[in-house]
Ligand binder design. Structure first.
Ligand SMILES: [Zn+2]
Ligand SMILES: [Zn+2]
Length: 424
């Protein structure tokens, strides 16, 4: 009897345990299944949300980009005209309403971010023309950087919205000089002017050969220094400096100062021969070793020679004034076996008298460097972007396009300004 009761209890417990166990498994399965379902649902939901967000953002971005382009296009072509400086003749520059250029095949239209005044433009303003570069009435100004607003058919390297520096010229790439890597002497150098304006048309050849994307960290007005700096780097390299050389530059204008700065950055001992107080300060700031200030070129040459060991003269003398007297005196500044670079272009029809004996028996090399090549322009922008080159020191003023006449008048009166950024 007792064992029967015990058996019954035992059996009963097992049945209960089996039932409990079975139920637990079922519950666990349900929970597990449920969790998986929830996770799947959440996962799927998240994916859907992310896809929607990403898609949405892309849609918004394309809409904004498209909208901006459409608005700019509409602005460009509905407005029809823009403000631009037009050179009419001697000391006669007028700000006029002219048609906004359209980008033909291979061309760009660039909204000017900053244009810089230049000694060449000042010469053109004074004389009313430039034999090779500009014949009035003509759009004016050639150092600039800006944003592409329109790209003509076939342009694949640049798109609207891109920041670029477009150089003032481009070589043909086919003539004798181009084939020898002397593109600065190209028989068919194509020049472009019109930087003192709201927009500028960049001809196809300049788009293809001499337009460069400006790195994000470089301000527009610094990028606009590419053209003059390319001339300076070219003049410096063309003088073939060797380690340990003493390099003198006659003239403290923008290009003279740039060459001095380039030479100082390359580690050379430098001598600046300048006239004005502002140029003394600028030369010191740019790392020049010695500054000689004198209103007389001859006196400055004597003083500069006295700075070299045993008064022997400098290894390289670069003339960056552009007057015949300075060309002649430059020859007196170099040592035996030295190099003179006639870098400053003088007025048409001028001549110099040189001492033949001095040149021959002292074995003096005479060279002259003109303009730039596409490779040197890239080097110049790299130098600006690199950060060691003090681009900001060369831009000493800012003015609106409307003030251009006043700016040139000021420059003619030998102000201490180096370059003025003209912002349309
Ligand atoms: Zn220039
Ligand atoms: Zn050529």
């Amino acid at each position: 009897m007792a064992s029967t009761v015990k058996d019954a209890i035992l059996r009963g417990r097992k049945t209960v345990e089996t039932v409990v166990e079975g139920s637990r498994r079922k519950v666990e399965d349900v929970v597990e299944g449920g969790l998986n379902t929830v996770e799947t649902v959440v996962e799927a939901g998240l994916n859907t949300v992310e896809t929607v967000v990403v898609k949405g953002r892309r849609t918004v971005e394309s809409a904004v980009s498209l909208g901006r382009r459409t608005v700019e296009h509409a602005l460009l072509h509905n407005r029809g005209t823009m403000q631009a400086a037009v050179l009419h003749g001697r000391e006669d520059v007028r700000i006029e309403q002219v048609p906004i250029p359209k980008a033909e095949a291979g061309e760009l239209v660039v909204r000017v971010g900053a244009a810089l005044t230049c000694g060449t433009d000042l010469k053109v303003f004074r004389r009313g023309y430039h034999a090779r570069m500009i014949v009035p009435p003509a759009l004016f100004g050639h150092e600039m950087a800006g944003i592409v607003v329109e790209a003509g058919d076939g342009v694949t390297d640049f798109a609207p919205g891109e920041r670029v520096v477009a150089l003032n010229s481009a070589p043909c790439g086919k003539c004798y000089f181009c084939s020898r890597g002397q593109e600065n002497l190209c028989d068919d150098l194509l020049f472009n002017n019109g930087a003192y304006a709201e927009f500028i048309r960049i001809p196809a050849r300049i788009v293809a050969k001499n337009t460069i994307v400006v790195p994000e960290n470089v301000p527009m007005e610094h990028a606009a220094l590419t053209e003059p700096l390319a001339c300076a780097v070219h003049g410096f390299e063309d003088s073939h400096p060797c380690t340990g050389d003493i390099i003198a530059v006659i003239g403290g204008g923008p290009l003279g100062l740039m060459m001095l700065h380039v030479a100082a950055l390359a580690g050379y001992e430098t001598i600046a021969l300048v006239k004005h107080d502002g140029q003394v300060e600028a030369a010191r700031q740019l790392g020049v070793t010695h500054v000689v200030q004198s209103p007389s070129i001859r006196k400055a040459i004597q003083e500069a020679r006295a700075l070299t060991p045993k008064d022997r003269g400098v290894d390289i003398a670069i003339e960056a004034v552009g007057v015949p007297e300075a060309w002649q005196e430059a020859v007196e500044l170099v040592r035996k076996g030295g190099t003179v670079n006639f870098f400053g272009g003088c007025a048409t029809g001028t001549h110099v008298n040189l001492d033949t004996n001095r040149i021959h028996y002292s074995d003096i090399t005479l060279r002259a460097t003109f303009h730039h090549t596409p490779a040197i322009c890239r080097k110049a922008l790299d130098l600006i972007a690199g950060g060691r080159f003090q681009a900001g020191a060369f831009i000493t003023g800012h003015a609106h396009l409307y003030e251009l006449n006043r700016v040139f008048e000021k420059l003619m009166n030998r102000s201490s300004e180096i370059k003025t950024a003209i912002v349309p």
